[in-house]
Design a protein around this ligand. Sequence first.
Ligand code: SF4
Ligand code: SF4
Length: 399
Amino acid sequence: MSEKTGMGRREFLKSTAGLGGFVYLSANEKKPEESADAKPNMTYRVLGKTGIRLPVITMGVMNTDNPNLPRAALDAGMVHLDTAQGYQRGTNEAMIGEILKGRPRDSFVISTKASLPKDQNTGMYSGDATEEAYTKKIDTSLKSLGLDFIEIYHHHGTWTKEATLHEPILMALEKAKKAGKIRFIGVSTHRNEPEVIKAATDSKIYDVVLTAYNFRQKHSADVKSAIAQAAGAGLGVVAMKTIGGNVRGAYASQQLDISAAIKWALQDPNVHTVITGFTTFDQMNLDLSIMKDLALSKAEEEHLRKATLLSGLYCQGCGGCVGQCAKQLPIPELMRAYMYLHGYRNLGAAQDLLLSLKLPAGLCDDCSSCPVKCVNQWKVSDRILDVVRLREVPADLIA
Ligand code: SF4
Ligand code: SF4
């Protein structure tokens, strides 16, 4: 029995096997929004064969260290919180664990994620990426969250078929599922998404895919097609980065209609829920209000069409720049750090990502010219020089 949630693994499995708790339905449920416990003004979809019924808006807790925000999200009926072991310098899971104390175990759904070090250019794991190392990650998440089990555990941030199917990690996940530590196995991907989604679908091991999917993606048709195959095979599909790296709130220099961008992803019926990374109560209320009516007006469509013409902060993850840099820098990852800094205003996440890349000391400042061509027409060396300044800032000034 979990002291913090009042329900143990066995009780939980029992509760979901019968009539179901608040969030679980049979996979063939057609109209979950008509369930008696559905909140008015919310739209629900079923997360594939997991049978979990979720509001179509999920809170991504990555960018906030304010526990009152996820608390308010749960109180408002949002149900699903998405975190990761690395968020907020490794403290995000523990913050969520605190707010879950005393809440009925079948009133919320938690997804979290972890990875192991891999080569940032090839995306491949080394021999250090062992089953034992990944099992430790899962156990650490359970401890930090104060839970006996986690609904969805994502193998985090892969962009190749090989890494997605890395056997030691899959073994760790399958054993954790069998032991009841996790309910479902997921994979998250920020780039080369169609390949990862297809590998996950074909593996017959993954239950859920968490993918970048937005109106800015030049390859959104390929992502859409991969998602359709995944959903057709019964996988749950969660979308992220739906506002395409845009800035929310006062810092925004390019005003984007956030509702329109989120609704764009939800026009796809194969997307079961969307992670939104709100950081204020006003933003939360806006995201909640989207669920009243998901229809995308002609004016909103036109707004998004124009927004795609701006280069913005979203790295397509297309890999077009890979191999062009004289120093073999992992440019897509550096562009993601730049987006964390200037888009999310999450300096800690940007610094953590930079430090994980183990970059050489001298970067773009000692190249006489830069041969790298980005499909977004970005001058990547300027962005790199800007963001790597964070390496010099003491971590305690950023947290
Ligand atoms: S300027 Fe920077 S990005 Fe361009 S080749 Fe040199 S190190 Fe690579
Ligand atoms: S070419 Fe540009 S958009 Fe594509 S991966 Fe490289 S930095 Fe990202």
